[in-house]
Design a protein. Structure first.
Length: 303
C-alpha cells in the first residue's frame, strides 16, 4: 500500500470511528428509554464496532512501521489478531442476546416509544449501508483487510436496522389493529433472536479467515498461481533452470515468500547476489505486499 492510500485509510477509519461512537451512544440511550432488547442488541453491536474501530486505528499505524529489534517481521499479524477478536466478541454478543430474548419471550414486556425507534432505524439504514459500501470499495482498492472487515460490520448494521425498522413497523400496525395488540410484546424478542442468528454467520467467517492468517496458512489459490507465474517468468528472464521449491504464507495484508531457484550455469557470488536482487525487486514491484527471501542453488530442479 502506497503512502497516499495509507493516509486515506487512516482518515476513513477516523471518520468511521467518530460516526460509530455517535451511533452507539444514540442506540443505547434509545434502547434504555424504550426498553427494547432488539435495539439494545443493535446498540451493543455498535459498541463492539466502536471498540474495533479504535483498535483498527492503532493497528493500521503499527502496520506501517518498519520491523525492529523486537519484531523482526513487523506487525502484520496484528491485523488478523484484531479481526479474530472482533469475531469472538460478536459471537459472545449473539449467544447472550438469544438467552436474554428467550427470557423476554417467557415474560413479555411491551416496548415504549416505537415511533422514536422507527425514525432512528430508518435513518441508520441509509447511513450504515452508505458507509459500508464505500468502505468495502475503498478497502478492496487499497488492499486493506481492516477496511473490508469493518465494512462488513457496517453493512450488517444496516441490514439489521432495516430488519428492526420493518419489525417494529409491523408491531406498530398490530398495536392499532383490533385483537392483535396483545401480541406486540413478542415482536421485540423474536426480532432479537432472528437478528442474533443472522449475526452468527459473519463472525464464523471472520474467525476462519483470521485463523488461516494466524496459523501461517497458504494464501488463496489465485494469489499462489500468480506468484508462481511471476517466479517462473523471473527464471526465464535470468536464464535460470527453474524453481526448486516455493513456500508462501499470508499474514493480514502481507505475503511472505521463501523460494529456491536452480541454475545450471557457473556464477560467482557477486553475480548470484545481483540476480537475486533483480528478481526480488521485480517481484516486489509486481506485488508490493510481498516479502521475498530467495536462494539460488547451483543445481537443476528435480524432474
Amino acid at each position: 500500500m502506497n503512502e497516499s492510500y495509507q493516509k486515506k485509510e487512516l482518515l476513513l477509519l477516523n471518520v468511521a470511528t467518530g460516526l460509530t461512537v455517535i451511533y452507539a451512544i444514540t442506540a443505547v440511550v434509545i434502547a434504555l428509554i424504550s426498553d427494547s432488547m432488539t435495539l439494545f442488541l443493535d446498540g451493543a453491536y455498535s459498541v463492539i464496532d466502536m471498540l474495533v474501530s479504535f483498535a483498527a486505528i492503532f493497528v493500521v499505524r503499527k502496520l506501517h512501521e518498519p520491523p525492529n529489534e523486537r519484531y523482526h517481521f513487523g506487525y502484520a499479524k496484528l491485523e488478523p489478531l484484531m479481526t479474530a477478536g472482533d469475531g469472538l466478541l460478536l459471537l459472545s454478543l449473539c449467544f447472550m442476546s438469544i438467552l436474554i430474548a428467550l427470557q423476554d419471550l417467557l415474560h413479555p414486556d411491551p416496548v415504549q416509544h416505537v415511533g422514536v425507534i422507527l425514525i432512528f432505524t430508518a435513518t441508520s439504514v441509509f447511513l450504515c449501508l452508505g458507509i459500508g459500501l464505500y468502505m468495502r470499495k475503498a478497502g478492496k482498492r487499497w488492499g486493506s483487510e481492516i477496511l473490508v472487515t469493518d465494512s462488513k460490520l457496517w453493512l450488517m448494521e444496516g441490514m439489521v436496522s432495516l430488519g428492526v425498522c420493518i419489525s417494529f413497523g409491523i408491531g406498530w400496525i398490530m398495536r392499532r389493529s383490533p385483537g392483535w395488540g396483545e401480541y406486540t410484546s413478542y415482536v421485540d424478542p423474536l426480532t432479537c433472536i432472528a437478528i442474533a442468528l443472522f449475526f452468527i454467520v459473519s463472525p464464523f467467517k471472520i474467525l476462519k479467515n483470521s485463523l488461516h492468517d494466524l496459523t501461517d496458512a497458504c494464501p488463496p489459490k489465485e494469489i499462489m498461481d500468480r506468484i508462481r507465474s511471476l517466479a517462473r517468468y523471473s527464471c526465464e528472464m535470468h536464464g535460470l533452470a527453474g524453481v526448486e521449491w516455493l513456500r508462501l504464507r499470508k499474514s493480514g495484508r502481507r505475503l511472505y515468500m521463501d523460494a529456491s531457484f536452480a541454475t545450471q550455469q557457473e556464477h560467482d557470488v557477486k553475480a548470484i547476489d545481483q540476480i537475486r536482487h533483480e528478481i526480488s525487486s521485480y517481484l516486489r514491484a509486481e506485488m508490493p505486499e510481498l516479502d521475498v527471501q530467495l536462494v539460488i542453488a547451483g543445481k537443476s530442479p528435480e524432474p
